[in-house]
Design a binder for this molecule. Structure first.
Ligand SMILES: Nc1ncnc2c1ncn2[C@@H]1O[C@H](COP(=O)(O)OP(=O)(O)OP(=O)(O)O)[C@@H](O)[C@H]1O
Length: 570
């Protein structure tokens, strides 16, 4: 492990640290041995660095030094501000053991040139990667996402097995699973032989023209009536048979898709070495993990050091720092509000929520539902919530500048609109829109948290009324600390039909109402001293809020309409 007296991985780690000399997360990176057990986020195997886990650690600079670690198997640096390009990665430039590369939500740029036979996870979403995907040679990939970049061109065949969400929000990617590419060939004569060169590959519009089939009526008169009838009957039989086959295929494919959706997505589990096990999906006592929660284990969650973030009607939330340095927010649901009797519906809902991935929605990484204990594991957002921001600035939103408030509101509206339009049946409802559920990410953007939880609560009125002290319940002692004072409830944000009891369940319309109330609170707290434009915008926002808070649910705009109206001020 040592060459000339120095640990072989020291140089790479210190080069990375050099970009972030003052980062709190790297303060423990001192001394000659990164495998001493004291280096935050560094995991070793047989004396060499095998994992670096620095998600959400406010880091900047290049990621390249970490990719130079000769034995690294897992690198997770999501939600930072890392920049620069990704060096070409192959067996001669990178660790041949590299299995998991999680780079999402950074500012990385350049092209993706990765040729690693062992790579299982590649998460590069929400960066600035450009170019095409043709230089990705990663046959073993099981978890993949490059959405939210600036990529263009045709999706290579072996990547087309991933869902369209893995490619969405790019410059111009096309081909399976996205719409077909339109190939523009060199128009040198009419020869379409193999010599024709492809100039560009562009995404084809889904409305691409359908060529019409015209029948020639030449010689019609010569065909006898019998022949004509025979042909017609033959055609009718053919059409019926093909229709029957199509319907059967449709039903078959739909069933397959449904069962695939309902089944736990084993491909998203984080595998250590080649061992295929199902730790993420143990049905009792284990965690069900989703995209990006692959490395979570219930045992390490229970051993984690925890700090109470707050307590609401639905339960208590903790910041947990796991052994390997990963920081997560764990919500422990109140056993009173979420009784075991609704367990199946709750599981179904969580599996949908675990698929929500949007820059303005807090990602649920895993959950546990066993023996009456329900834990939800979310990304930890270090900058608190809109509620804490409003309180910290004193006097409501007065000291929070207009641009910051607009950006938080617009982000929250985008997150809610994504939730409302997510393809799920029944359609998703947030059901608890309020400032403490609008968190702020490290870039000051808004992230909507806790989608749909309160729909599975026993008594939504408890959420609306000022809250009772939640009961103490059994919980793993290592993680959960004594009760603290509960934070503010949903009263004030709940739609009148819910508050009066006229409606039993939250709806998308009641979400819009709650969003309108948040909008009003944030906008009206602003000192309108910044002159004309600011106060015009304030008035515009107030008008939107008034529409959202219409008494009759059917008169409220949809979140898509709210977004469209708000975008005029952005
Ligand atoms: N993922 C997270 N990252 C950082 N802070 C969080 C996270 N989730 C929740 N919090 C914070 O933890 C505190 C408690 O949240 P919690 O959701 O338990 O209560 P609440 O939002 O006040 O009420 P409710 O139970 O109705 O949702 C809040 O201040 C919230 O902003």
């Amino acid at each position: 492990d040592y060459v000339n007296g120095a640990h072989q991985d020291l140089r790479a780690l210190l080069s990375f640290k050099a970009y972030n000399p003052n980062a709190t997360a790297l303060a423990s990176w001192v001394g000659p041995n990164p495998c001493s057990g004291t280096w935050f986020g560094v995991r070793c195997y047989r004396g060499r660095v095998a994992g670096v886990f620095l998600d959400g650690a406010s880091l900047s600079g290049a990621v390249a030094p970490l990719l130079g670690l000769g034995r690294i198997r897992a690198l997770a640096v999501r939600n930072n501000s890392l920049s620069g390009t990704l060096p070409p990665l192959d067996n001669s430039t990178a660790s041949p053991w590299l299995r998991h590369l999680l780079l999402s939500h950074n500012k990385l740029s350049g092209s993706l040139r990765i040729s690693l036979g062992a790579l299982l996870t590649l998460r590069a979403e929400h960066n600035g990667f450009r170019g095409g995907l043709e230089a990705l040679r990663v046959p073993m990939l099981r978890s993949f996402n490059v959405s939210g970049n600036k990529l263009a061109g045709e999706i290579p065949g072996d990547l087309s097995r991933f869902p369209s969400s893995a490619f969405s929000d790019n410059l111009a990617l096309c081909g399976q699973p996205l719409p077909k590419c339109a190939h523009a060939y060199d128009a040198l004569g009419s020869d379409s032989s193999s010599n024709a060169t492809i100039n560009t590959v562009v995404a084809q519009s889904p409305n691409a023209s359908v060529s019409s089939v015209s029948s020639s009526n030449g010689g019609f008169g010569k065909i006898s009536m019998t022949a004509l009838m025979a042909t017609s009957i033959g055609n009718a039989v053919l059409i019926t048979v093909s229709l029957a086959i199509s319907v059967a295929m449709f039903v078959y494919v739909r069933r397959k898709l449904r069962s695939a959706k309902d089944a736990p997505d084993a491909a998203l589990c984080f595998e250590e070495e080649e061992k295929r096990d199902d730790r993420c999906h143990k049905t009792s006592g284990g965690l069900v993990c989703f995209d990006g929660g692959d490395e979570l284990r219930l045992e390490s969650l229970l051993k984690a050091s925890a700090e109470v973030l707050g307590k609401g009607v639905s339960g208590s939330t903790y910041k947990a720092v796991l052994e390997d340095g990963i920081v997560v927010a764990v919500k422990r649901l109140s056993a009173l509000q979420f009784p075991a009797s609704r367990s199946k519906a709750f599981d179904r809902h969580m599996r949908v929520v675990g698929r929500l991935r949007h820059r303005h929605v807090v990602s649920l990484r895993a959950y546990c539902n066993s023996n009456g204990e329900r834990l939800l594991v979310y990304d930890f957002l270090p900058n608190g919530s809109l509620q804490s921001l409003l309180q910290a600035t004193g006097g409501g939103a007065r000291n929070l500048d207009w641009a910051a408030r607009k950006s938080i509101l617009f982000g929250a509206a985008q997150g809610l609109n994504y939730i409302h339009t997510f393809p799920a049946r029944p359609a998703l409802v947030h059901a608890n829109v309020k400032p403490s559920n609008i968190l702020v990410d490290e870039r000051g953007g808004a992230c909507v948290s806790e989608c749909g939880l309160m729909r599975y609560a026993t008594n939504i009125q408890q959420a609306i009324a000022p809250q009772p002290q939640a009961a103490r319940t059994r919980c793993p002692p290592e993680l959960f600390l004594p009760d603290q004072a509960t934070s503010g409830g949903w009263h004030g944000y709940a739609a009148p039909e819910l508050a009066s009891g006229a409606a039993a369940r939250a709806t998308q319309e009641s979400d819009v109402y709650s969003f309108g109330m948040v909008l009003l609170e944030v906008v009206t707290g602003h000192k309108a001293a910044d002159g004309g434009e600011g106060s015009d915008e304030t008035m515009g926002m107030v008008r939107i809020a008034m529409l959202c808070t219409a008494e009759a649910p059917e008169e409220r705009p949809t979140m898509a309409q709210v977004l469209a109206m708000m975008s005029e001020f952005m």
